[in-house]
Every structure is written in C-alpha cells, then in structure tokens.
Design a protein around this ligand. Structure first.
Ligand code: AMP
Ligand code: MG
Length: 520
C-alpha cells in the first residue's frame, strides 16, 4: 500500500511510506483480539483497512482503560502503537471492517448509512470479562461514506473524548475513549482544520439501525443472526426465556429507560437521537452536538441542526420510546409467525417503557433531593423545584450540588449559595420550607443525607464553555494542557476539588455556548 503524505515534510513522508509499505512488525503492539462480529456473514459489513494518515501524533492515551482491555499502555504509546491508533498499521488478529446499518435521521428513513468514517479493528475481552469493540473513528472513506470524506477533525474528537470520559466518571453507561491522535492532515470543513482519529471502545456498535438495515431488506435470516449475536453478547439470560427475541426487546427497553433517566438526572442532551445513534447495549453513543445544560430549562436545545427541537432535553424520553418502537417493528418477524400476535407482543413490551422510565427518573430525582420515594406528593415537590429553577434561570448542576450542603432539617448559611442561583431567592426559600418538612419524614441523619446526596449530585460536569476552552487552546495554540487539566478534573466529578472551583461554575455571559455542531 502506498501512502500519499500530503502535508508532511519530506522526512516525515519517507517514514510514513516506509511504515505502511514494510511488512509490519506485528509482534510489538499486541491486542488479544477475538472478533465475533467479523464472523457474521459478509452482508453485515464491508471488510477494509483504515486509510493511512501522513503524520500521526498521539494526543492522549487512556491508560486505565487500556489496562482494563488488557492492552499495554507502553506499547500503545510507542511509535508502532501510535501507528495503530492512527490507522496506519493494522495489528495482528485485527479483522478491520465497516459495519452496515440504516436508520431514521430526525424521523426520516435512510435505508443505508453504515460506518462512513469508522473502522472496527476487532473485539477484546477485558479484565472484567466484558467483550468490547475497538473502533477507529475518522479513519478514512468506506463504501458507506456517501458524500463524506471519512475523516474527523480535532475539535469534535476532543469533544467526544471529554464528554464520553466525563459520562463514564459520572457513572452513566457510555462508549469510551481509548485514545486520540492527530493525523497531520488538514481536513476541509467550513475551513481547513486539523484531522484527528479517536479510538472508541464500546460494548458493541450494534444500533437500532443495524436491525432496521436487515428488516428493511426483509432478510429474516440476517435479523435472526444479529439478534442471536446480541443476545449472546449483551443479554445472555434472554436465551433461556421462552421467547428469547421478545426478551431481548424487553432487555433493551429496560436498559434504555435506565440510560435516558441517567441523562435527564445529569442534564445531558444527546442532540442527535437518531435510531442509528442508539446502542442496543444501552450505552450513550455517537457524541456529536451533545451538551450538558447549564441553566435549567426543559426545552433546551444546543444542536445547530435541530431546528424543530426534536431532540430537546425534555423530549429525550419520548424519542427513546419512539426509537424502541422502531426496534420492535424491526424484530417482529422473530417474535411469532403470526404477525398479529407478534404485533401484540411487541406492543405490550413497548408500552412498558414510560413506566420503567418514570420509575428510574423519579427515584433518581428524589435521591438528588435526599428523599426516598414515599408518596404521590414527592413528585410534585420535585417538579415544583424544577419549575422554580426554570422560572429563575438556576444552574442545573450547581443547584443540586449546593442543595447537598443545605440538606439539613434546620436552615443554615448553606442555603445562601443555593438561593443565590435563583433570580428570586425567595422562590427557593418557599420551596425549601416544603422540602424540609418532607425531610423530617426521612430516617437519615443530616450528615448521612448530605454525603449520600453528594454521590448523586456531581460538582463537575463537562460544561460547554470548558470544552470550548480546551478545544480552542488545542486548535489555535497546539496547547493540550487545558484538555489534560479538564480530563483530570472530570475524573472525580463527585469529589470537592479545592483550588478547582472555577470548573464548577456556570459560564459568564460572554462564555455561554449557545450552539453546538456535529462537526462531521
Ligand atoms: P453521525 O451524524 O455521526 O451519526 O453520522 C451519520 C452518518 O454519516 C453515519 O453513517 C456516518 O458514518 C456518516 N458520516 C458522518 N461524517 C462523515 C464523514 N466525514 N465522512 C463519511 N461519512 C460520515
Ligand atoms: Mg452516528
């Protein structure tokens, strides 16, 4: 294979061509691959190598994650390792491929999407016994690229790295970031921007859209093979059920209910909840124009392409429900030979979603207030706080974090920092009277309540302006220190970190990020 090193200088170009043309020394970067997806029939994917890049440079390796995956950080940060992370060298045991899928994008059916700029290198089983995909994102054109160039740019890659790892530290199921590299290539967007590749790790990259791909082609054989693959991989208990495929749907519905409840509870807005961006394993996937809310408002939208607010914060549970109905529809042929019966079965599973979601969300919300669910009025109390926050433009994360210190039966000075977040502090005071009355019914001590609340109300989230700051320094000054510092801060979101208070604060008016972009 010959590589054209467009933007490298002569010396670098020579190295780059040599690396790819030589038979790679495969022994020095070891991945314990076992590629179950690659063993599925050919129509599930296109087999191809990543497209090499001129001048790979490691930005960051996630060493803890590398160890979890039984990879050697020293190998991965070596020149050969960086070549692997950039797609210039395919390690031994890898069976590189781009996955086929379809999907509904903003409600519109697209019969063929697929990995247009990603290559699945293979799967490894981690120290925890969990099988995970290792995928390069931004690794060049594939048969699914359509009009795209197959590349990714630095800003969105850093954004995905920060938010995915921030979510993981918050305890929200998510794909992970193993590494980010610069490619040495300029990529054409509105302007030329530095190219980058992310190594993404996921329990799998099977999406609702993967099932749609085969359902739309009436390929029931592939549908069954895919369902069996997913059951074996993610929901082994379903195999023991009378109707394993219906049980698969039940499991996916339950995991999505939990996942979206977790999003709502940390103020996360995915931004592009298309069916091709919904993981069957129940992980948050495909970080594009995603964002954490600063000021609380249920209608918040950041994505520049979401003109109708389809994927607004408060719509996320409803959209998840819609996507799951699409999944159910795709799986119908597997439920029962009698289609009427199959529809009836699917409907009852899908109908369970709202209650599952409500339960997960409400119990989580009450925990954020130091309450264990007791009666109907609890929901009103929690809802009234949210309404009050919206009316008073209170910061979502800080309101709950400062409430931890204020969660005492008697009001103290700790009320000050909470009420200061509300335009009308009196509105908070009135709510707090009701809250404390309700706290009297709890059996916990003030001290225990406060510490329990601190484990569910983070101090540090990947705020938009902090992400923007890290990206700007990297893009404009080749300075990755703010990115590194932010990663350190976000790794302990529930701990107080003296000296790092600025990372807890909402943006000043001049720092507010109003719009986020896909960056594709
Ligand atoms: P996303 O919005 O990232 O979920 O991507 C939607 C679809 O567009 C997927 O099939 C992607 O693989 C594809 N895509 C996004 N960006 C690019 C790109 N730069 N080149 C090729 N395909 C892309
Ligand atoms: Mg996608």
């Amino acid at each position: 294979m010959v590589v054209f090193c467009a933007s490298a200088d002569d010396a670098q170009a020579a190295i780059c061509v040599k690396t790819v043309m030589n038979a790679p020394d495969k022994s020095d970067v070891f991945f314990p691959f076992d590629n179950s997806y690659a063993r599925l029939p050919d129509r599930f994917f296109a087999r191809l190598d990543p497209v090499p890049v001129p001048e790979p440079r490691l930005i960051r390796l996630n060493t803890d994650l590398a160890r979890l995956l039984r990879l050697d950080p020293a190998q991965l940060t070596s020149p050969s390792g960086v070549e692997v992370l950039a797609g210039n060298r395919v390690p031994e045991g890898s069976d590189p491929l781009a996955m086929a899928y379809a999907g509904h994008q903003f409600g519109n059916w697209v019969p063929q999407l697929g990995d247009g700029r990603a290559i699945l290198l293979g799967e490894v089983i981690g120290n925890d016994g969990v099988r995970r995909d290792i995928q390069l994102k931004g690794s060049g054109r594939t048969p699914f690229s359509r009009m795209g160039d197959g590349r990714a740019v630095l800003g969105p890659i850093l954004r995905e790295y920060i938010v995915a790892e921030g979510m993981a530290a918050l305890g929200v199921p998510t794909t992970r970031a193993l590494a980010a590299v610069l490619t040495g290539e300029k990529v054409a967007r509105e302007e030329f921007l530095p190219g980058a590749v992310l190594t993404r790790v996921a329990q799998s990259h099977v999406r609702v859209g993967t099932f749609q791909f085969f359902a739309a082609r009436q390929d029931d054989e592939a549908l069954k093979l895919l369902a069996d693959h997913v059951i074996k991989r993610h929901y082994p208990d379903a195999a023991k059920e009378k109707n394993p495929y219906l049980s698969l749907l039940e499991n996916v519905v339950a995991r999505q209910a939990q996942l979206v409840a977790r999003w709502q509870l940390v103020g996360f807005i995915h931004g592009v909840m298309n069916t091709d961006n919904m993981s069957i394993a129940g992980e948050t996937i495909d970080y594009g124009p995603c964002a954490f809310m600063d000021t609380y408002h249920p209608n918040t939208v950041y994505s520049s392409i979401d003109h109708m607010g389809r994927y607004a914060y408060s719509n996320q549970p409803g959209i998840a429900h819609w996507n799951l109905a699409v999944l159910a529809q795709s799986l119908l042929p597997l439920f029962d030979a009698d289609q009427d019966k199959a529809v009836e079965m699917a409907q009852s599973v899908i109908n369970a979603f709202p209650a599952l979601y409500d339960e997960a969300y409400l119990s989580g919300l009450l925990a954020k207030l130091g309450l264990t669910p007791m009666n109907e009025r609890d929901k009103d109390l929690a809802d009234d706080l949210l309404t009050c926050m919206a009316e008073n433009e209170a910061d979502f994360t800080l309101t709950f974090r400062t409430l931890c210190e204020a969660a005492t039966l008697e009001p103290t000075d700790a009320d000050g920092p909470v009420r200061d977040l509300f335009k009308d502090g009196g509105a908070f005071d009135a709510w707090a009277v009701r809250w404390r009355k309700r706290l009297l019914q709890e059996k916990t001590s003030d001290k225990d309540r406060k510490s329990a609340m601190r484990t569910v109300n983070p101090a540090f989230i990947p705020r938009n302006h902090l992400i923007a700051e890290a990206i700007e320094a990297a893009e404009e000054r080749d300075d990755f220190a703010p990115f590194e510092e932010l990663m350190t801060v976000l790794s302990k979101p529930y701990e107080d970190q003296p000296g790092r208070e600025r990372y807890t604060r909402p943006p000043r008016p001049d720092q507010i990020v109003h719009r986020t972009f896909c960056g594709t």
